[in-house]
Ligand binder design. Structure first.
Ligand code: TYM
Length: 331
């Protein structure tokens, strides 16, 4: 039985990338492991959300976790800020994290490029907070999408550095993991490489999207002019459609469109319509459950309290032991 930790930032509804990169693994892993899944609300502060929005977004993710089938009796589901021990471990790890390595992190460099007006210390030290989240439960496996691979590498660096510095074998080396598969990156509908919450709204399909919205978004998806030469490499937009189809459509549907593409007879309108319907079949059951759960405040409160209590038991033990290792002693 492994210790498993992972988190999702509360920045709105979950999209298909979050599902296939993370949640699908969470669902499988909760069956046989000691799992801690949390809503990373400390992390989301790097973008300065309005307080009322922050709370609403945390609630949305909790509802969507449950609607997807995460079971609070099997896994520990909690809200990151309910575990202030994380903030203490983050402080301690920051003492052994170097500016150079943090500045070299791809996600930090990306933020400097996309939001030069708000390059705060929280962004720079995002990887140490993430490492604290993971090693506070001394996790071995971290189910995430491919975009988080570098953060996991940094987590291993910080965990190993702590062990070396204090000459202990305290923290295990956690690995990025996708239950039984390679790490995935679900593409967006805008011809970009990754479905992402922060990009253009129309590039992402959310689990909560209605069938009408899904159809509309698919119709706007970027392809190419339709003058297909199968011998030439596919445009990114077209590759993305085929990639999405491999997740949502039955194999014979995918094979049919592959065949028409190879024959130079593809009609992207038909392909998009089919893909929209297949995605709707996939998301509809989640939407129905979300509506029921969102109305049940009492249950949500109970789930969050139960998760906070279980996460606290694990985290407080780690922080107590880390304090001893470091040399904080009471008189
Ligand atoms: P976040 O909130 O951006 O994304 C949550 C999870 O969804 C995955 N994901 C994707 N997977 C495949 N294709 C995509 N297009 C796609 N978009 C998102 C992400 O890889 C992630 O697994 N830093 C994390 C949150 C976090 C965390 C942690 C994760 C904080 N502390 C500790 C694991 C362990 C983040 O921003 O994820």
């Amino acid at each position: 039985m492994d210790i498993v930790v992972s988190g999702v930032r509360p920045t709105g509804n979950l999209h298909l990338g979050n599902y296939f990169g993370a949640l699908k693994s969470f669902l499988k892993m909760q069956e046989e492991n000691n799992c801690y899944f949390f809503i990373a609300d400390y992390h989301s502060l790097t973008t300065h959300p309005i307080p009322a929005d922050l709370h609403e977004n945390v609630k949305t993710v909790l509802v969507e976790f449950l609607a997807c089938g995460l079971d609070p009796e099997k896994a520990t589901l909690y809200i990151q800020s309910d575990l202030p021990e994380t903030a203490e471990l983050y402080l301690l790890l920051n003492m052994n994290a170097y500016i150079g390595e943090l500045e070299r992190c791809t996600s930090f460099k990306e933020k400097i490029r996309t939001q030069p007006q708000n390059v705060n210390a929280g962004l720079l030290t995002y990887p140490t907070l993430m490492a604290a989240d993971i090693i506070i439960h001394r996790a071995q496996k971290v189910p995430v999408g491919k975009d988080q691979e570098q953060h996991l590498e940094m987590t291993r660096t910080f965990a190993n550095r702590f062990n070396r510095l204090y000459n202990v074998e305290y923290f295990p080396e956690p690995v990025a993991y996708n239950f039984g598969e390679n790490l995935v990156k679900i593409p967006g509908l805008d011809g970009g490489l990754k479905m992402s919450k922060s990009d253009n709204e129309n590039s992402s399909i959310f689990l909560a999207d209605s069938p009408e919205i899904i159809r509309k978004k698919l119709m706007k998806a970027v392809t190419d002019t339709g003058q297909v030469d199968p011998a030439q490499p596919r445009s990114q937009g077209v590759k993305n459609l085929f990639d999405l189809m491999s997740y949502f459509s039955p194999p014979d549907t995918l094979a049919h469109f592959e065949h028409t593409y190879q024959a130079g007879a593809i009609r992207y309108g038909d392909m998009k319509k089919q893909l929209a319907e297949d995605i709707i079949v996939f998301t509809s059951p989640f939407r129905e459950k979300m509506l029921a759960l969102a109305a049940d405040k009492q249950y949500l409160r109970k789930v969050a309290a139960m998760g906070a209590e279980k996460a606290h038991a694990s985290a407080s033990k780690t922080v107590r032991e880390v304090r001893e290792i470091i040399g904080f002693k009471s008189f």
